[in-house]
Structures are given as C-alpha cells and as structure tokens.
Design a protein around this ligand. Structure first.
Ligand code: FHN
Length: 601
C-alpha cells in the first residue's frame, strides 16, 4: 500500500518543518512525497536483513517475551516540556530543536541536572511487576547528552552534580530482576556535537565540522563504551538513520555484532542491518505481519517527561494495545518518561502495575504466544495462540452470553472461561460456519476476560471480516477492495511527534467504490454508520450483493466523524459483499475510513 499524505497534513507539517531546521523534515514520513518511500523506511526502518533467525536462541527473549519497557530519559527530562515560561507541546525530548535553544544554553542545563530520586532497582521492579521482560533506555538521545560515563565530557557523570552512572545501576538492577537490558543510542542525530546531524556545523575554532568527524570522535567511541561497560546487552536500539552514510552504519553494526554477539539490532539502525523490524512510532498494525517486528508505543503522548502531559493510557488501553500487537504477531515496547529528578510519574506506574497484575493472571496470553488465526481483531477483542490452544481475550463481553467465533475451521475439543485461575467449562454450538460459545452473561474479569479453547490441531480460521449478531463490527477501509479512489495510509501528528495512523479511501472518481467481503452470522436488520470526512454535503450509497441499497446525504466535516446512515438488511447468513460508493459531492475532498455495523435491539 502506498503511504501518502493529504494536502492538509503536509501543510500542517510544513509549519513544523520550517521551525525544525530540516532535521525532522528530512526524516518525517508525513512530510514526504510518495516517491520518497525508501527514505521513509530509513526513518521508521522497517526493512531488515536476511531473516530466518526467528528460531535462534539469540532472539528468544524478544520472540517469547513479547513485552518490554522503553525509557526516554535525558537532560530534556529536567525541562519537562517547558523552556522559561513557554510550554512546548509535543514529544518532550525534541524541546531543544523545537524551541530553538542554543547549544550553550542547552549544555548548561547539565550543571543543574541532579536526578537524586533515580532508583534503578525501583524501575527494574516496576518493569518486572508490570509483566515486562526487558528494559531499553536512552543512553544518548538526539540532544547529545550521554546518560553514562563517557570519554566525551558532555555526560551525566562528569558534567552534572549527580556524578553517578545511572546506566550502570540500571544494568545491574535488571540483572538482579532477571530482566533483559539494552540501550537506545541516537547514532545519526546529535544536536550538540559538531558535525552530528542537526548539530553545529563548525567546531569551536571555527573550522567546518563533518559528519565523519562526529562519527569518529563521538558516535563510534560512545557505542564502544556502551558495548563494553555494561556487561552483555540484549538490544542496541539505534534510531533515525536518515541520510547517514551506508558505510558508517555498516561499520557500526559490524562492531556491535562483534562486541555484543547476543544483542539484537532494531531496523532503525538503517540499510536493512537490523534483526527485527520496528514499526512506525505508536503504530499497532491492523493486520497480522510476518517476521520479527516490534511496535514501540508510549504510555502518554510524549516519550520523555512533560509536566503537562497527563494523558495516561489506562490498564485497559495498555492491555488492548499489547494483546493486539501480540495477536498481530509482534512484540510491544511500551515507554515511560521519568522526570528530571528520576522519578517515574504515578500516572504511568498505576496503569502499568494494574496491567501487570492482569498479565500475571493470564501469562499464556502474552508470553510465547503466537498470532491470531483470524489475522485481524475481532468485534469482542482479540486472540493469541499456544500450539493447539486459542486464548480469546474479551474486552467487550457479549451480554446475551453468546460469544461468536467467525469461520473457525479447527475442531473444538473443549472451551472454558478462566476465572480465579480455574477453568469453568462452557458449551459451544455450530452456527453455520461460525462457532457460538455459550458463556455466562457477565465477564469473569476486568478489563478483559480470557476464554481458553482447546482444539484438535493448531487453529485455522477463515479471515473474512465478521458481522456479528450481538455486537457492533467495524469494517476498516484497510480491509476493503478500493477501486477508482485512492487507498492511502495516513501518518500524522497532532502536537509534534505523537504519531497517529489510519487507512482511508480518498480522491473518489466517478464510479469509485470500497468493497468489503463480510461473513454474516445471522440474517436481520443492521444499523450502518459511516466514518468519513470531506467538505460540504456528500451523498453516499451502500449496497449489498443481495440487492439491498441505502442512500443518504450527509453533511461532512474536515475531520473524521461517524454519521448514522440507516438500516441495512441481510436476508441470508453467510458471505456477502458490501459496497460503499460516493454518488455526489466534492470527490477530491471526500474520504472514508470505516463502516460500523450494529445489530438492532
Ligand atoms: O525522534 C525520535 C523520538 O524522539 C523518539 O525517540 C522516537 C521513539 O521511537 N524515535 C524518534 C522518532 O521516530
């Protein structure tokens, strides 16, 4: 699928790009024309080297653990999203660039950086109790400040009154707790080192600074330091390779492989040198993906601490995103941002621990779990697998006690709701090609209940989207066949750096359509709602292969909104097509993201 940005977003980004002196402009996917998709890969770095390592012991922690902690912590944490009396809204670690703070002013922050509340053991315990299996922390972010003992003087031990090496403490604490450990290192961007991307273009003596010089004098020596001072590492998480020369990326990767043979490199090292693919920031994909991959996400909006950012994900949202990632076949890396004193905000701690308590009750849902046989989320939740077992994770419990499994093709041997660690057996009946589990009317647990289904073999399911008789279904454009309209994946940000994604169908030609194939469990009348945007009045039509047709005129807004459309009948259960087309309106501006189908009360 093409990654394309709509004009409004590009315009919005241009405002940022002109502020950010080119660095983010060069690497921000939403700012790119579609032709630049190769450099987008460099930014999000999804391409990886030759695969086939999925089964090796080196990847066991990543492959089986499925859940890790990411930590963004640096000098920027002491600013907390505010420079003097001005708040910077966006990912806090970008404050130097976005607020145009001079090198001198920024570097001077180090002399007051004294994170005396930093408690490595406390953080490692938090990760462990939250159900996470490793920690990856920013050793050096784009700001250029080393959070470890380094020969380069701009580091926490030598330049701050703290005089401790928190990375040493955290590496030891992780080992004590049996957690994996790794470093984030910004290899390309360095905003305070002469020659680093986004950094000063000249040396202190006025001579021109080159990237090669930054690489030889700072980047490579520091990567050597992190690879030799902290024991065996599980990860080196390089980020934003951008236009870094290929030979230097290769040299760095080769060194890490030799110095830390057990460490995995994420694809953001660049040039396909990674062991596993890193999805776009904050992206949980809607479809299963093969190979080793990771979604990195953050618990609020910013990666690093920002005093105003109280938009914490609650335990339900964390679990939903974690389970969805594992069900799609990936690994979830969830970030926290300790403040300038080293303290982890309560908003983060509370949600993480609640989610962790749930994981303790259902470890089989996450650890060593495989992807869902359905290939996408289901109306009531999602599914992960353990050989012949399905773990059904029900976030929207069906109040009529009927839990529907669309197109399950493997024979059920037994099924039960897990409650208080015990399995309460449930009955099941076939419902055409669907299976119906007869469950109690109330959920067994919060924020999600788990039903274990044992099958005669590894689960196989028809991946057609289901229309459920007792719960609303969402048909995303992602899953539609789109013709005479453009199906695009949008990546955009509302503040700065907090990425959002969706797939839309826009730029509708006359006769354009989005067609979904659906599997309807029961005939009946269903309420249909459309999620779209555009300008002015739009006339949409929905028709099915049974000849039923609905048409409605809706006003539209410039942002996506769900509009009630009408009642649509399905005369027969089974597979149908549902076609949405734009009959009249501003075709260039209209775009569609989803259809919602709900059973009538
Ligand atoms: O620019 C960084 C950003 O600050 C943050 O570290 C994220 C985490 O994935 N990576 C880069 C943007 O993708």
């Amino acid at each position: 699928m093409k990654k394309l940005t709509i004009l409004t977003i590009a315009t919005f980004l241009l405002a940022y790009l002109s502020q950010s002196a080119g660095v983010f402009a060069a690497e921000t996917p939403a700012a790119k024309a579609p032709a630049a998709s190769s450099s987008m890969d460099k930014m999000w770095g999804e391409s990886v080297g030759p695969q086939g390592i999925e089964k090796s012991a080196r990847v066991a922690l990543f492959r089986d653990g499925n859940y890790g902690m990411f930590i963004h912590w640096g000098l920027f944490s002491s600013l907390g999203g505010q420079w003097h009396d001005q708040t910077f809204y966006g990912i806090g670690e970008w404050i130097k660039r976005q607020m145009k703070i001079s090198e001198a002013d920024y570097m001077a922050l180090a002399k007051d950086f004294n994170p005396t509340n930093f408690d490595a053991r406390g953080i490692a315990r938090l990760a462990k109790e939250s159900g996470m299996k490793w920690i990856i922390i920013t050793a050096k972010h784009h700001e250029g400040f080393a959070m470890f003992q380094s020969a380069n003087p701009f580091n926490i031990v030598d330049a701050s009154p703290f005089h401790r090496d928190p990375m040493k403490e955290l590496a030891a604490a992780c080992r004590e707790q049996g957690l994996g450990f790794g470093f984030y290192y910004s290899h390309n961007q360095d905003w305070t080192a002469p020659g680093g991307t986004g950094g000063p273009k000249t040396n202190v003596d006025g001579t021109p600074a080159t990237f090669e010089q930054y690489f030889r004098e700072k980047c490579f020596p520091q990567v050597k330091e992190i690879c030799t001072q902290y024991g065996p590492l599980n990860y080196i998480w390089f980020d934003t390779p951008g236009d870094m020369p290929e030979n230097l990326v290769k040299e760095l990767a080769a060194y890490v492989r030799q110095a830390q043979p057990g460490a995995l490199l994420c694809s953001r090292v660049g040039y396909g040198m990674g062991d596993y693919a890193s999805k776009g920031d904050m992206e949980v994909p809607p479809r299963n993906a093969d190979g080793l991959w990771e979604s990195c996400d953050t618990i609020n909006d910013s990666w690093s601490y920002a005093w105003y950012d109280q938009n914490w994900k609650d335990s339900r949202e964390i679990l939903h995103r974690l389970v969805s990632t594992v069900a799609r076949g990936g690994t979830y890396l969830l970030n926290i941002g300790p403040d300038g004193l080293g303290h982890v905000p309560e908003g983060a701690t509370n949600s993480l621990l609640k989610a962790g308590a749930w994981i303790k009750r259902y470890p089989q849902v996450i650890y060593t779990a495989g992807a869902s046989p359905w290939g996408h989320a289901l109306a009531w939740g999602d599914a992960t697998t353990q050989s012949n077992k399905l773990n059904l994770v029900v976030f929207n419990w069906p109040q009529d006690g009927r839990l529907f499994l669309p197109g399950l093709q493997t024979k059920i041997i037994s099924a039960g709701v897990i409650s208080g660690g015990k399995l309460s057996r449930v009955k099941w009946v076939a419902h055409g090609t669907w299976m119906e589990l007869q469950v109690p009317p109330a959920p067994a647990d919060h924020p999600a209940s788990v039903i274990q289904v044992t099958l005669s073999a590894a689960p196989v399911a028809d991946q057609t989207l289901g229309v459920y008789p007792n719960i609303a279904s969402t048909l995303l454009v992602e899953f539609a066949e789109v013709s005479k309209a453009e199906k695009n994946q949008l990546n955009w940000m509302e503040k700065f750096g907090e990425w959002k994604q969706m797939t839309q169908a826009g730029n509708w030609e006359n006769g354009g359509s989005a067609i979904w194939t659906v599997d309807v469990a029961e005939p009946g009348h269903y309420q249909v709602d459309l999620n779209h945007k555009g300008e002015g009045r739009l006339v949409w039509r929905i028709e099915t292969d049974e000849g039923f047709k609905l048409q409605n005129q809706q006003n539209s807004a410039t942002v996506y909104h769900t509009y009630p459309f009408g009642l649509l009948p399905f005369a027969k259960a089974g597979k149908h097509t549902l076609t949405v087309s734009l009959v009249a309106g501003d075709r260039a501006k209209a775009s569609l993201s989803a259809v919602h189908i709900s059973p009538m009360e």
